[in-house]
Design a protein around this ligand. Structure first.
Ligand code: SME
Length: 151
């Protein structure tokens, strides 16, 4: 059995994401496959992985995801996702209980990372990943995920 380390897994995942999105304009389908690929690649740290998409000036709406049920809408500036959107920057939350206004879609969520998806300088949505363990995400995750989102 071949055991891949985190870097190998990211490289494989990036290649997979490129294949999954190339020449396909079915956005819901592509994002569904991407969240599935991410969930399968990192099951130990991605308890919930998915997308919230910009619906209006003030609201994100739930997009394709893998994991437990989640809230449909998030206002700008609310929770981790709404804050990452408002500030247009990635957020790493090592302990969700210490993040003021964290939206607890699942009581099992302990740490979280959110990466804005920016296209032509406009934020189209965010990639949200939750872990059921505290302190699951660090700068190496942020870098890897930003690369992925840029694909
Ligand atoms: N915890 C997020 C809400 C989305 S769920 O984690 C799927 C937040 O605070 O924005």
């Amino acid at each position: 059995m071949v055991i891949l380390d985190k870097k190998d897994k990211y490289e494989t995942l990036c290649a997979q994401i490129e294949c999954l999105s190339e020449g396909e304009n079915n956005v819901v389908g592509v994002l569904s496959n991407i969240s599935s690929a991410m969930h399968e690649t990192f099951p130990e740290s991605y308890f919930w992985v998915g997308f919230y998409l910009v619906k209006s000036e003030q609201e994100l709406t739930l997009g394709p995801f893998q994991g437990s049920i989640a809230c449909y809408r998030i206002r700008k500036g609310r929770g981790v996702c709404g804050t990452a959107w408002e500030k247009a920057c990635p957020l790493i939350v090592p302990d969700v209980d210490l993040f003021p206004g964290h939206i607890a879609c699942s009581s099992e969520s302990r740490s979280e990372i959110v990466i804005p998806i920016i296209y032509n300088k406009v934020i189209k949505g965010v990639l949200d990943i939750d872990s059921d363990k505290a302190d699951s995400f660090d700068e190496s995750y942020r870098k890897g995920l930003e690369e992925m989102v840029n694909l």
